[in-house]
Design a protein around this ligand. Sequence first.
Ligand code: G3H
Length: 247
Amino acid sequence: MTKLVIGNWKMNGRLAKNAALLSELLADPACDAVNVAVAVPAAYLGQVGALLAGRNMGLAAQDVSHFANDGAFTGETSAAMLADVGCRYVLVGHSERRQYFAESATTLTQKLLCCYDAGMLPVYCVGESLADRQAGHPVETVLAQLDEVADALRGRESVLVAYEPVWAIGTGQVATVAQVAEMHEAIRRKLFDIVGGSCNITLLYGGSVKADNVVEIFTLPQVDGALVGGAFLDPLQCKNICHAAAE
Ligand SMILES: O=C[C@H](O)COP(=O)(O)O
């Protein structure tokens, strides 16, 4: 079954490099597909949005303001603006945002509400630290991150969550299939309690996903796709990951 792939460029990119990477990817039907999207820095949303015009590949933002209305909030980008430039998805609560910008549950709830109100699907990122896992409560940590934003998820038609163990992000240390399966099952059960059975729930795995480990991850029925960081800056890796997603 086709899996969803969202590539997160993080704080990387330049005009020429972005154009070269996308032109290579868009030539491959497995990459220029509705189940593939790129989350690019705000500075390049306009450029990438224009390059993706009329294509299947989707545009995503890496963050959004928690302020609902446009106005005097210097430096912020509202959900309405992201929708206006064609974003399909927005990452919310990525562990790097939680770590470096101390995003609180209240802020994350507001961001999720702003995305839904603007007609975009937020990708709510959750994940335990190495300390949480070593202390033996990774599942409790992740479920608490869902509980914290339950008010923003309740009643939605679609919910998209990315499980990204913090210790697997950018480290080359991918979670085992058993760890991913256990966590995804727990997340799905929790979401079922929050949003009910009629909600369309999509669960991604993220954390050192590469072409050589994605095939095994995608064999898991609990995994609906991947949130890919570093590997999505490399065209060959991108193509192989998108091909695995299409199989
Ligand atoms: O958003 C993507 C994740 O942080 C994973 O990053 P990574 O694939 O470089 O480990």
